[in-house]
Design a protein around this ligand. Structure first.
Ligand SMILES: [Ca+2]
Ligand SMILES: [Ca+2]
Length: 253
């Protein structure tokens, strides 16, 4: 029987590895008016996608409430299949990829990451990724080729959905506003009620969100509406849905 216990402990260790941290307080995010006009406001785009009044972008993102997972990542479920659909983007100069999330670091080599949506993809296009079974936690990165907005300073930036992996403040020069322990470059919403089980909306900022917030050249507008895509875990369980967290917690009651 000994090997049975060993297997159980191995499974438990895997759960502990994947266990999330939880926000003690809401993650303080400033969403600013879009420099591209009110039609680009994230709330309008989300209302168009889900229907008006369903999601408040200021208060419903994951991390907006104490007790929410922070930072966010997904857990590789049993099917290992994840589909990504491009909802909207302002500029074609961005690529979305998945990466292996190690908590305080990312793995982005070819065995642990890959391109999901290339910059030529059109709105509405969908891509499906089969994650390696060895990957426990994952997230998405956005490579934005600079030049669209003044704050980008013409450089290509890589942002991660796990905010702790993004440099603090403008180009890593230190935080100038909250949150000070990792710039939030993507707001993530659980939209499973409206778009199907295990579906999240990821709303990204192309500029360095650690810059001062505004529309002047050295600022980021922090409209979080520069590229929007959905993530769906196909065929059942379960990237990091709240039910997964519930099960993890239940083990320790
Ligand atoms: Ca930054
Ligand atoms: Ca923006």
């Amino acid at each position: 029987m000994r090997h049975v216990y060993n297997s159980a402990w191995a499974a438990l260790a895997l759960l502990l590895t994947a266990a999330p941290a939880f926000a003690l307080a809401p993650v303080p995010i400033v969403i600013g008016p879009s420099r591209d006009g009110s039609l680009q406001d994230l709330q309008k785009k989300v209302d168009h996608l889900l229907g008006p009044g369903r999601v408040d972008v200021h208060t419903d993102f994951i991390g907006a409430h104490a007790g929410d997972p922070d930072p966010w990542f997904w857990v590789n479920g049993s099917s290992h299949l994840v589909s990504v659909r491009l909802i909207d983007r302002k500029s074609p100069h961005a690529t979305v990829g998945w990466y292996t999330d190690l908590g305080s670091a990312s793995e982005t080599d070819a065995a642990h990451a890959g391109v999901v949506l290339e910059d030529w993809r059109l709105r509405g296009s969908r891509a499906t990724v089969r994650l390696p079974a060895t990957v426990t936690r994952f997230g998405f990165y956005i490579d934005h080729q600079g030049g669209d907005e003044p704050a980008d300073q013409g450089v290509t930036a890589r942002y991660f959905t796990n905010r702790k992996l993004n440099d603090a403040g403008p180009q890593g020069r230190g935080a100038v506003h909250e949150p000070r322990d990792g710039d939030m470059q993507a707001l993530i919403f659980d939209v499973s009620r409206w778009l199907g089980p295990n579906t999240w909306l990821v709303a990204c900022e192309y500029s360095d969100s650690g810059c001062e917030v505004g529309v002047s050249p050295d600022c980021s507008d922090n409209d979080f509406s520069d590229i929007l895509f959905t993530v769906t875990a196909e065929g059942g369980p379960t990237p990091a849905a709240s039910s997964t967290f519930g099960r993890v917690k239940a083990l320790f009651r």
